[in-house]
Ligand binder design. Structure first.
Ligand code: SPD
Length: 390
């Protein structure tokens, strides 16, 4: 259960009304953005609206199933009902906990997934391996809504394969009951003396690049280093606190913060805010040494892209999630930042002003993207296995 504010209820209600009014009659389906369009560009908007409406009418009630492979707790499930009501397409969701799990599942032969949500560096890997298809941009009607900061991703030039879905950071989740000041350094997590205080109540993400990356940043190195000695040093940092770590977990760590089982976590921003709903003493900090920032992206699997019906459903789904009002509704639920600039008017102002969700420029400058490290991936995997087994 995610944060529910008066604002998000209001936006959700407006959306439900818009979809309710648009289905079932002779009128073409209308998205709620059409109802909130500003007046000074009325003529252009009206033209755009009728084009939108026509394409929605043409493609309405397509039917069938779309298989969505997503991170856990990463969508407002109300969106499934809205999409199904408009297009008759049922979305079936399955979850993974890390980019590496996603890759392994697809490489293992899973061919039924239509839309997947890899992060930045994994998009690059999947493009290289031919595992994602190209988008059919003629079906995507909200490309202009993408914030220019996200519209030229280095891992997918020209957004040829994927559209950004959410972005966020990886930092430290904690409980104010344990602290007078926020633990704003990786040393609070990675220095064994500090970690010992929370023995058995520390959780780290079950994610090789994130855990090793945080340790590398703590050491002053790049989280994308290809220097084996630096990666080995990072391994020793993680092993140095391993006896105090209760779990490597990317799915339930935030729930375990609420129960008090976890006191200190390496976690993703929005997940920790979920826990904050249940306990206002739970908080999240981006360490002063810097941290990882990431973008998760909506991509079509290569298998789906080869099948015109699957491709059509995939494009409709990606386009639907990119509607500003749907993207806004989604952020209001998951508390991850939206790369859709036009969604801002639908996002609860409390979220937009919350610097842990939308970091200020100074903090942003201390954040690093994870990149595809090519052959060094094998070193990260080996080190990760050693961390797990020692
Ligand atoms: N609960 C969903 C969290 C999704 C976070 N994705 C993060 C990817 C970082 N590499």
């Amino acid at each position: 259960m995610k944060k529910v504010t008066v604002w998000s209820l209001l936006v959700a209600l407006l959306l439900l009304m818009a979809v309710g009014c648009s289905s079932g009659g002779d009128e073409p389906a209308a998205s709620s953005s059409e109802e909130t369009t500003s007046t000074d560009t009325e003529a252009a908007d009206t033209a755009a609206e009728s084009t939108d409406a026509e394409s929605e009418a043409d493609s309405s009630q397509i039917g069938g199933v779309l298989n969505f492979y997503n991170w856990s707790d990463y969508i407002d499930v109300e969106i499934y009902a809205l999409f199904e009501e408009e297009y008759g397409i049922k979305v079936v969701e399955d979850n993974y906990g890390s980019n590496e799990d996603l890759l392994a599942k697809l490489q293992g032969g899973a061919s039924g997934y239509d839309v997947i949500v890899p992060s930045d560096y994994m998009v690059a890997t999947m493009i290289e391996l031919g595992m994602v298809g190209e988008l059919d941009k003629s079906q995507l009607t909200h490309l202009d809504s993408i914030d220019p900061n996200f519209a030229e991703p280095p891992f997918d030039p020209g957004m040829k394969h994927c559209l950004p879905y959410f972005w966020g950071t990886t930092g430290i989740g904690f409980n104010w009951n344990d602290w007078d000041e926020a633990p704003d350094s990786w040393a609070y997590l990675f220095d064994p003396e500090n970690a010992a205080e929370f023995s058995g109540r520390i959780s780290l993400l079950d994610d090789s690049r994130e855990v090793i990356g945080a340790a590398l940043i703590y050491l002053g190195y790049s989280p994308n280093t290809t220097n084996e000695a630096e990666i080995e040093e990072a391994k020793d940092i993680v092993l140095g606190i391993k006896e105090y770590v209760s779990a490597f977990d990317s799915d339930t760590y935030e729930d375990n913060m609420v129960t008090g089982e976890n006191a200190l976590v390496l976690g993703w921003s929005g997940d920790v805010f979920t826990a904050q709903v249940e306990d206002e003493n739970i908080d999240y900090v981006i360490p002063i040494e810097g941290a990882v920032k990431w973008t998760d992206n909506l991509c079509v699997t290569a298998d789906a892209a080869k099948d015109p019906e699957r491709m059509q459903r995939a494009m409709l789904w990606i386009d639907f999630l990119s509607r500003p009002e749907i993207a806004g509704m989604n952020t209001n639920y998951v508390w991850y930042a939206s790369p859709n600039k036009d969604a801002n008017e639908f996002i609860d102002p409390e979220i937009l002003e919350y610097e842990a969700v939308y970091p200020n420029e100074e903090t942003f400058s201390r954040l690093h993207w994870l990149e595809n490290v090519g052959e060094t991936t094998e070193i990260y995997s080996r080190v990760w296995t050693e961390i797990g087994s020692q």
